[in-house]
Design a protein around this ligand. Structure first.
Ligand code: TRP
Ligand code: SF4
Length: 329
């Protein structure tokens, strides 16, 4: 008999258009896993409120843009379940029930909580919702009885709390939830065009939706080894962000060539950048083609998430039934 696929779940906050860092860091893995798992992927729009509650003006656009990016990059609604968190209100019910058994100190000692508080000093994050963020995330995961959750290292404390809550629930009532395992994936940290980490807030990102001429222009003006000013100066690829792109996008022959001929000034930065731009454009072309289709048919995007959210709701309601039974409510 064919073994049942293990269930996978992951979500992302809608932060607008996806950049290459998001593609390599998360999306590519989701795409890779979607056939081997019973995969559920969702837009965590409620989570976005935890830090952005004061300005929701872009939220709907961000959700739509992110979905189009996912679909264009290769998230296939035939293979996985794609939905929006707020369209499955069952998450909120489990969130409430879990909140009853969550000791506040568990939340207060979460390192991500403290870090974000420090980082986002411009907003008031003393809210109940922000503190409870990982409880909502636990509900997202447990309501589907997910076996695996592909995430970055920054999310590990949240996963740990999810497991602790699953155990606490079992001890208090009944074993309803499996303990989900994080699926950590080796991801190259992608640098932005200024050499810092690629990030929307640094204004150094290359977006999946950038037109070809913007991609080329961003690469043309990208920072290189700052010591290499003139064509005749020898460069050091090890400290050049352009070379870090080569290592990701180029063929081994080109990587080797840049690695040696930059150091001897046999090649110049203009050519070097053009080679990597060509590769990057090749990588992005199929995404651009797909994007056109989805952008032209917004109703199709809507249909995908409507269907996905209904399917997710069904699975969520099943678990909730068991939860109510276990808690005798
Ligand atoms: N906290 C995650 C992030 O910021 C998003 C998220 C919300 C999530 N719920 C989840 C990820 C459940 C995995 C599983 O990236
Ligand atoms: Fe960077 Fe390439 Fe110029 Fe060397 S030749 S400094 S790797 S852009």
């Amino acid at each position: 008999m064919k073994q049942r696929k293990r269930r996978m779940l992951s979500g992302m906050q809608p932060s607008g258009r996806m950049h290459l860092g998001n593609l390599l860091g998360a999306l590519d893995n989701w795409i890779k896993y979607q056939q081997d798992y019973d995969a559920y992927f969702f837009v965590a729009d409620w989570h976005a409120l935890s830090t952005n509650y004061a300005d929701t003006s872009h939220l709907r656009d961000y959700i739509r843009e992110m979905l189009i990016d996912w679909l264009s990059a290769g998230i296939d609604p035939e293979k996985c379940t794609l939905f929006i968190q707020s369209r499955v209100p069952e998450h909120a019910v489990l969130y409430l029930l879990l909140s009853m058994i969550t000791p506040v100190p568990w939340l207060e000692r979460n390192p991500t909580y403290k870090e974000q508080m420090e980082e986002l000093r411009d907003r008031d994050l003393t809210t109940y919702g922000f503190l409870g963020y990982p409880v909502l995330q636990s509900a997202d995961i447990l309501i589907y009885k997910a076996d695996v959750v592909p995430v970055g290292v920054d999310q590990l404390p949240h996963l740990e709390l999810t497991r602790e809550l699953a155990r606490r629930f079992s001890n208090l009532y009944k074993a309803v939830f499996p303990e989900p395992q994080p699926l950590l994936t080796e991801v190259p940290k992608l640098l932005g065009t200024d050499g810092r980490k690629m990030s929307k807030s640094y204004n150094n990102a290359i977006y999946l939706s950038d037109p070809e001429k913007d991609v080329r222009e961003k690469l043309r003006t990208m920072v290189t080894d700052p010591a290499r000013v003139r064509r005749t100066d020898r460069g050091n690829p090890d400290i050049c962000p352009v070379f870090s792109y080569h290592k990701i996008f180029s063929e081994i022959g080109v990587i080797d060539r840049v690695n040696t001929e930059c150091r001897t000034a046999e090649i110049g930065c203009i050519d070097c950048k053009k080679w990597v731009a060509d590769r990057m454009v090749r990588r992005l072309e199929p995404i651009w083609t797909e994007r056109q289709k989805w952008t032209k048919h917004p109703k199709k995007v809507e249909a995908v998430v409507t269907e996905g959210s209904e399917k997710a709701g069904k699975a969520a309601r099943q678990t909730l039934e068991e939860v109510r039974e276990a808690m005798k409510i």
